[in-house]
Design a protein around this ligand. Structure first.
Ligand code: 3MF
Ligand code: MG
Length: 349
C-alpha cells in the first residue's frame, strides 16, 4: 500500500510554531536539514514556494537565480527526492498586500506577473512542470474595494499569460474561501475549474484540493475531490484536518473527523489516484505545544493514518455496500462503516 502512494510536504510544514498571537517556540530548522528528513519520514516529494528554493530570488539576475535553483535540484537528487510543484509566494511581499493579479495598482499587477514568471523558471530548474496557485490575497477585505467582475477577468488573463510564458508548464489552482482575506475570489474547486475551462489551454489547468479549505467553505472534501477526479483534474491534494469553521488549522490528517478522512481516502481509491502518479501532499502543522525533537510527528502520523485508512477502504466488504445500496438501507450501511472503522466486523442486520 505504501508503494501505491507517493507522499509530499513543504518545508513550511516543519515549523517554528509562531502564530498571530505569539512568537516561535521551536528553533528554525535549516532547509538542507529539512531535506535530509524527508526520506526518513516516508516522503519522496518536496513542495516549494519559489523563495523556499531561492530565498533572495527577486534581487538576483535571472542567470544567478537559475544557478541557485539548480543547486537545490542537486540537493534533491542527492537525497533521492523530487520537486512536486512550485508556488509563487505573492502574499508576503508588500507589493502583494492588496492581492497580486487582482490588485488595483497596475504596478503591483505587473510585479505579480514578473514574480510568477520567475517562479516558473525556478520550477523548470527544479525539474517540475507543475505550478500551484494559492490565490491568497486575490479577494477583498471589503467588497467595495474592487470590481469583482474585473478581478475575475484579471485572474483569467494572468493564468493565460502564465500558460503562454511557458508552453510546458501546468497550473493547479488551490482554492480557499477565506483567510487571509475576508472573502477570496476562487473559493472552491468549482470556481477553479470553471476558470480552467475558460483559459487558452484547459488541458494545462487543474486543481489542488486541501481538506481544510473545503471544510472552511462548508463543503465535503471528498465530494470536492470527486468533482475534480471526474474531470481528470485532481493534480494534487493537501490532506489535513479542520475542526469546524474557524481559522485554517492544518491539523494532522484524520484527527478531527476520521469518517471524513476515510471518505477522502475512499474517493482517491475510487478515482484511481495512485495510478495517476500524483502526490498525496500533507499540509499539516505541528501543535504549538510540541517539543522540537518531535515536531515532525504530525507528518509521520498523518501518513500513517492515511495508509491505515487505505487498508480500511480496501477491506470494507463490497457485498455489504452492494446489498445495502440495493435495499436502500443506508442506516445499516452507516453502522457497518462505523463498525469497520472501530475495528469490529461489519454486519448486515
Ligand atoms: C494556505 C495553504 C498554503 C498552500 C501553499 C501553496 C502554506 O492555506 O494551504 O500552504 O498550500 O502555500 O501555495
Ligand atoms: Mg495547502
Amino acid at each position: 500500500m505504501s508503494n501505491d502512494y507517493r507522499f509530499s510536504f513543504g518545508p513550511w510544514n516543519i515549523h517554528e510554531g509562531a502564530d498571530p498571537f505569539g512568537p516561535p517556540v521551536r528553533p528554525n530548522v535549516e532547509f538542507a536539514k529539512k531535506l535530509a528528513l524527508y526520506k526518513k519520514l516516508g516522503f519522496d516529494g518536496v513542495q516549494f514556494h519559489d523563495d523556499d528554493a531561492v530565498p533572495d530570488m527577486e534581487n538576483l539576475f535571472p542567470s544567478e537565480m537559475i544557478k541557485k535553483a539548480s543547486a537545490v535540484k542537486a540537493l534533491l537528487d542527492g537525497e533521492g527526492l523530487v520537486a512536486e510543484f512550485v508556488a509563487p509566494r505573492l502574499w508576503e511581499n508588500p507589493k502583494g498586500v492588496d492581492g497580486g493579479f487582482t490588485a488595483n495598482d497596475p504596478a503591483c499587477r505587473n510585479w505579480a506577473m514578473e514574480r510568477t514568471y520567475r517562479a516558473v523558471d525556478i520550477a523548470r530548474a527544479l525539474g517540475t512542470n507543475l505550478i500551484v496557485l494559492w490565490l491568497a490575497r486575490e479577494g477583498t477585505y471589503i467588497r467595495e474595494s474592487k470590481n469583482a467582475i474585473v478581478a475575475y477577468e484579471r485572474l483569467l488573463d494572468a493564468v493565460n499569460r502564465i500558460l503562454e510564458y511557458d508552453r510546458e508548464i501546468a497550473i493547479a489552482i488551490e482554492p480557499k474561501p477565506n483567510e487571509p482575506m475576508d472573502h477570496a475570489y476562487v473559493p472552491t474547486i468549482g470556481h477553479a475549474l470553471a476558470l480552467a475551462y475558460q483559459t487558452i489551454d484547459p488541458t494545462r489547468v487543474g486543481g489542488l484540493i486541501e481538506t481544510a479549505h473545503a471544510v472552511l467553505a462548508g463543503l465535503d472534501p471528498s465530494d470536492e475531490m470527486a468533482f475534480a477526479l471526474a474531470q481528470g483534474k485532481l493534480w494534487s491534494v493537501h490532506l489535513n484536518d479542520q475542526n469546524g469553521l474557524k481559522y485554517d488549522q492544518d491539523k494532522a490528517f484524520g484527527s478531527a473527523n476520521l469518517r471524513a478522512a476515510y471518505n477522502q481516502v475512499r474517493v482517491l481509491e475510487l478515482g484511481g489516484y495512485p495510478a495517476t502518479g500524483r502526490f498525496v501532499g500533507l499540509d499539516v502543522k505541528a501543535m504549538r505545544t510540541q517539543a522540537a525533537e518531535s515536531a515532525t510527528q504530525h507528518l509521520v502520523n498523518s501518513r500513517a493514518i492515511f495508509l491505515m485508512l487505505v487498508e480500511k477502504v480496501r477491506t470494507f466488504p463490497k457485498e455489504i455496500e452492494e446489498q445495502c445500496a440495493a435495499n436502500r438501507d443506508y442506516e445499516a450501511l452507516e453502522l457497518a462503516v462505523l463498525q469497520h472503522l472501530m475495528g469490529k466486523t461489519p454486519q448486515i442486520p
